[in-house]
Design a protein around this ligand. Structure first.
Ligand SMILES: [Zn+2]
Length: 335
């Protein structure tokens, strides 16, 4: 379904449906919450005991297993709590890309589904002196942000690394993001690219506005604030600068898209970017809930859990963020 249809009101169901049929049996690790003892449990049909060739299906944030026997014999579907939709979407990706289907980590991204936008012109927009003088000189924030340990690239390059991390996790958790951003589910590569770009612009802007040079300390709420409807229009006009010319800017092609996108295109990208941040905000509330129901949920969470750094959820490349996916091939072409 195209984004035009989405914006014409034919909103896709956003279930993020993914189903994968296992070649053999599947064991999942179980843990006794009292003794921490772990054991492997074989997944079997609760009705007929079949264990081989079970189908796992993800819908929204829930998961079901379906018995391999035909409906006349069994065919029972049951809710399966120890394998989540997040894992099933990754398993389908492994299966369709010809890789061995293993059970991914239940919380961390084992295999990224973020598509790459292939374009001829990957050059970056330069940072003309007159713009710099008119907008702002490299302020203290961007100088410190560029010098912070582990952030050797310009602050916008670091923002793109975090944006990819947030999107890679979000599109596995949210059925709607999966449907819109994952091409085999009908998603668009351009929408996936622009969603990441707008999340990156919001990270950059929120860090600057709140004077947070180490982007991992940025609060998710401050990030969400940049994506509310009123402020988001400022993101469309934002052109990041950097004390280092070569790793600070946008691609020319993205500047063109930001300047010429139809209102419905911009609305879709903005909505998807806001949803990426929203699913992280919801998740960190759940994950860090201390269970003290006498206090409001927002007051029960641990302070660090509200920061961007707590959302480092990728197992790829030893957990290192990818600061090069956006500007990596462009280091010599800024001008
Ligand atoms: Zn059965």
């Amino acid at each position: 379904m195209s984004k035009d249809e989405y914006n014409e009101g034919h909103v896709r169901d956003g279930m993020g449906q993914a189903s994968v049929t296992l070649g053999g049996e599947l064991h999942v690790q179980q843990k006794d919450p009292l003794t921490n003892e772990t054991w492997l449990r074989l997944i079997t049909c609760p009705q007929c005991g079949a264990s081989s060739g079970i189908t796992l299906e993800a819908r929204y944030q829930s998961s079901v297993a379906i018995c391999p026997r035909p409906s006349g014999e069994c065919g029972r579907a049951w809710s399966i709590s120890h394998i989540n939709a997040f894992q099933i979407r990754q398993m389908l990706h492994l299966a369709t890309s010809g890789q061995a289907v293993a059970l991914p980590d239940p919380r961390r991204v084992t295999v990224s589904l973020v598509p790459e936008l292939i374009e001829d012109d990957l050059s970056l927009v330069g940072d003309p002196p007159h713009d710099r003088a008119r907008n702002e000189s490299p302020d203290t924030w961007s100088l410190i942000a560029g010098a912070t340990f582990g952030q050797h690239d310009g602050p916008f390059a670091v923002s793109t690394g975090w944006a990819r991390e947030l999107v890679a996790w979000g599109m596995l958790v949210s059925g709607s993001l999966y449907d819109h951003l994952y091409p085999p589910a009908g998603g668009s590569v351009v929408d996936a690219h622009m969603t990441q770009l707008i999340v990156a612009l919001a990270i950059y802007q929120a860090s600057r506005r709140n004077d947070v040079p180490d982007l991992s300390h940025l609060h998710l709420e401050h990030l969400a604030d940049e994506l509310d409807t009123e402020r988001a229009s400022q993101l469309r006009a934002l052109r990041p600068t950097s004390p280092r010319r070569k790793s600070g800017g946008l691609r020319r092609s993205d500047v063109h898209r930001l300047e010429h996108a139809a209102p419905r295109e911009w609305d879709l990208w903005h909505r998807l970017a806001a949803e990426v941040v929203a699913v992280h905000c919801e998740s960190r509330l759940r994950d860090s809930d201390t269970g003290d129901s006498s206090r409001p949920l927002a007051h029960r969470v641990k302070p660090w859990a509200g920061q961007l750094g707590s959302r480092r959820l990728s197992l790829a490349r030893d957990g290192a963020l990818d600061f090069t996916w956006y500007q990596g091939g462009n280091q010599g072409h800024a001008g």
